[in-house]
Every structure is written in structure tokens, then in C-alpha cells.
Design a binder for this molecule. Structure first.
Ligand SMILES: C[S@@+](CC[C@H](N)C(=O)[O-])C[C@H]1O[C@@H](n2cnc3c(N)ncnc32)[C@H](O)[C@@H]1O
Length: 289
């Protein structure tokens, strides 16, 4: 199954639940509004200090995000891991692969790792995800994603509360720090605006410093001159990280097998927008040494 096919199944499962939550307008109408909200939020004001955090608490926002961004972000996470395939596979030799997804709320990072697992025939392994995020409500959305892997891969996932903006101790527990793989997908670009007291920088430093030898760090996020230097300031020139893959794409597309018609055939007219298919994206993969 492709990411778009999984997204379609997730949306099919969430729409009837959303119908039970909404008042004064249909679930479809609310999803349309959430799509407009996300387009405005991501459209140039992410770095504005003093802005409010984006509200991801509502199921109609989860549907909007699953439709709009999840398939592309997952595919790009998969691509980044594939560019560093040899080193990533070397860290996946155990029976259980532990992955910590920082800001992994909707499950995009998880899907990227699982697409990599499928493509590399890792079906005999167990994949255990710790999803660290400010928004607990994403859990429902991710459960629908895990359901699409039934009979295909063995997957478990748990939510851990994390607020990157609030300083130490950031997370409610740190038992995920021995993960094999750490993912940062489109999360840091969203929290730099809250880094005046260096809360985000100090968290990244704690995670890299505390991770085990050989751990893989996979970063996929908005590219361009506004974002790249912020990331480089935290990850580059560290004596404990070796860069395995680094590339900035001004117009990154999705893999050829990903066809948005899988969701658009049913939902394009209803939601009034097309999913994200390309982006100005930076990818980095590092290994802890
Ligand atoms: C743009 S979404 C990216 C989600 C996913 N990683 C992806 O690539 O599609 C940003 C994520 O960061 C989370 N987030 C936003 N502010 C946060 C904070 N202060 N601390 C922790 N997570 C935060 C959101 O809940 C959301 O899941």
C-alpha cells in the first residue's frame, strides 16, 4: 500500500468519528476550514516570535493534516533513510527496532520508517515507536495508521508528552533515549519561534548527548535560508555526530509510486484543496559516535 492509500483508509476511519464531534456545520466543512487554517499557519509566519502555537487538538484538523501533509512528509522521511540506507540498516539488526519521533504527532515519521522497513523486507522485526509530542489527541489518528499495517508489520506506538518550548525536563519521561533512530520531521521549523530562552536548543543538545553510540538522527524539514542555519547551529560541528547524508532540495517531489489520486478521487472535491506533493526541503542524517 502507498502512503496515499493508507491516508485514504485513515480518513475513511476518522470521518464518521468527526461527524459525532461537530456542531453547526458538517465534518466536511470543518475539515475545509482546518485546511485553510493550516495553509495560513505554514505560509510564512512559522518563525514569527509571539505567534500562538498551532492548535492540533481537533479530529477535523487530524483529517486535514492526514490529507494534506502526512503522505508527503512520510515519503520524504523514507527517502532520507534510504539515502543513508547502509548505516540505517546497520542500526536495525536487532529483533526490535526502537524509534523516537520528536514532534511525530500524526504518525508521518512512523509511516516513513515503516515504508523503509517494508521496502527493505524487515517484516520479521518488531517496531516500537515513542511519539513525543505536545498534543496527546494525535494518538487516535496514529491508531488508524497502525491498523493499516495489520498482518504486514509488527508495530507498537506510545505517546509521551513533550513540550519543546517549556524548558527542562521537556518530556514526562526519558525512557526513549536509548532509541535506535530519532526522527525530527517538520517539527523544529515549528518551534524555533519559541526558542528565545534556548529551550529547543537545550532539548536537542540533551537528546544528542544522551543517545547511545551508533544511534541515527534523521532530520527532514523546511529548507531555505531562514531555516537551514537554525538547524545547522544545533547539529553541525558536534564532535559526537557524523553526518552521513546532507542535501537541500529547492523542489523535492514524492516517489513515483505515490499517486495522490488515491485520496483525491474521493476527497478533492469535498475538501477543496489538493495534498502537498512538492516542497523546499532539507534532509540530514547523522550517526552518533
Ligand atoms: C508540522 S507538524 C509535523 C508532524 C510530523 N512530524 C510530520 O512530519 O508530519 C508539527 C508537530 O509538532 C508538534 N509540536 C508543535 N509544537 C510543539 C512543542 N512545543 N513541543 C512538542 N511538539 C510540538 C505538533 O503537535 C505536531 O505534531
Amino acid at each position: 500500500m502507498t502512503n496515499f492509500e493508507r491516508a485514504k483508509l485513515m480518513i475513511d476511519a476518522m470521518m464518521p468519528i468527526a461527524d459525532l464531534h461537530v456542531r453547526d456545520a458538517t465534518a466536511e466543512e470543518f475539515v475545509k476550514r482546518r485546511l485553510q487554517m493550516l495553509t495560513e499557519e505554514y505560509g510564512g509566519r512559522l518563525l514569527n516570535s509571539g505567534r500562538n502555537p498551532i492548535d492540533y487538538s481537533k479530529i477535523t484538523t487530524h483529517i486535514a493534516y492526514t490529507y494534506r501533509s502526512l503522505p508527503a512528509h512520510s515519503d520524504w522521511m523514507y527517502k532520507a533513510l534510504t539515502h543513508a540506507r547502509k548505516s540505517v540498516l546497520a542500526k536495525m539488526t536487532g529483533k526490535k527496532v526502537r524509534v523516537a519521533c520528536i514532534g511525530g504527532g500524526p504518525g508521518s515519521d512512523m509511516l516513513g520508517v515503516l515504508k523503509f522497513a517494508n521496502e527493505n523486507n524487515l517484516n520479521d522485526k518488531k517496531f516500537a515507536f515513542a511519539i513525543l509530542d505536545r498534543e496527546k489527541a494525535w494518538n487516535g489518528c496514529r491508531k488508524h495508521l497502525v491498523d493499516t499495517f495489520e498482518g504486514e508489520l509488527t508495530v507498537s506506538q506510545k505517546h509521551i508528552s513533550l513540550d519543546l518550548a517549556n524548558g527542562s525536563p521537556w518530556a514526562t519521561n526519558w525512557d526513549w533515549l536509548d532509541a535506535d533512530i530519532f526522527t525530527f520531521s517538520f517539527v523544529l521549523s515549528e518551534v524555533w519561534a519559541f526558542n528565545e530562552k534556548r529551550s529547543v536548543s537545550e532539548f536537542v543538545d540533551q537528546v544528542i548527548g544522551g543517545a547511545g553510540e551508533g544511534a541515527i538522527f534523521c532530520y527532514v524539514d523546511n529548507g531555505g535560508d531562514n531555516f537551514i542555519p537554525l538547524m545547522e547551529a544545533e547539529f553541525d560541528n558536534r564532535p559526537d555526530l557524523r553526518c552521513i547524508f546532507s542535501r537541500d532540495f529547492s523542489r523535492l517531489l514524492m516517489s513515483y509510486e505515490e499517486q495522490s489520486s488515491a485520496v483525491e478521487a474521493t476527497y478533492r472535491t469535498i475538501f477543496g484543496q489538493s495534498p502537498k506533493l512538492k516542497g523546499n526541503v532539507s534532509m540530514r542524517v547523522w550517526k552518533k559516535i
